[in-house]
Write a new protein. Structure first.
Length: 224
């Protein structure tokens, strides 16, 4: 096999969470006086943490982004995810196949907080494949687009990052994977919430695919 380990982003790659999370954010920004459509809000915030975009939100609303507001956002987001979240189409079979082929050397490396990642993976029935191998950029000095979370995941698996395949759906995530020295594959289905194939390639993705059903074959066939 071309790779010794496979590292997955979470939001938009394993779970179809972005429309839900950004929908909650859109509603809460409107309550602060900043009215956006869901599409506009997704264009601004997908692949980024709300906390990292505090300066933009404060500039557009004139309201300080307090810890209490962020806590309310996380609570409303988590409630919506518990109600509505679904897995990415065909991801269960792909993850199961790669988990077996790589003898468990797969990991989830997300820019989101650990509680959210574990909630989502548990909700869609994927947690057992990743338990003990979940990494959150929130817990590190730098989150994506810095490579830290992917470097941490590769180190925990005792695999050189250069021997890792990374699966990402945003420019921010692809940038992080490339900076880690890994080979990054872009996932870009037609649904909203994923960056376009051309944008992922410009950021450094070596191949872009549109259906998780194809991921094991794409990785097996890859030759640099």
């Amino acid at each position: 096999m071309p790779f010794e380990a496979v590292l997955f982003d979470c939001d938009g790659v394993l779970v179809d969470s972005e429309p839900i999370t950004v929908g909650v954010l859109r509603d809460m920004l409107e309550e602060l006086g900043w009215k956006l459509s869901l599409r506009e809000c997704m264009a601004l915030f997908v692949g980024k943490t709300v906390k990292d975009e505090a300066a933009l939100i404060e500039a557009r609303t004139g309201v300080p982004l307090t810890d209490a507001w962020l806590a309310r956002f996380r609570a409303r987001r988590n409630e919506a995810l518990e109600r509505e979240l679904l897995a990415v189409r065909n991801v269960h079979a792909a993850v199961a196949s790669l988990h077996e082929r790589h003898q468990g050397r797969i990991a989830c490396a997300s820019g989101a907080d650990r509680f959210k990642v574990e909630l989502q993976l548990r909700k869609v029935g994927l947690l057992n494949y990743f338990e003990g191998r979940i990494f959150s950029g929130v817990e590190l000095a730098r989150s994506k687009p810095a490579p830290d979370v992917y470097l941490a995941a590769a180190s925990a698996l005792s695999v050189n990052p250069a021997r890792c395949a990374i699966v990402e759906d945003t420019i921010t995530g692809v940038t992080a994977g490339v900076a880690a020295g890994a080979t990054v594959f872009g996932y870009s289905p037609p649904e909203a919430g994923h960056d376009a194939p051309e944008a992922l390639r410009r950021a450094g993705a070596v191949h872009v695919f549109t259906d998780m059903e194809h991921l094991p074959a794409v990785l097996d066939a890859w030759r640099a």
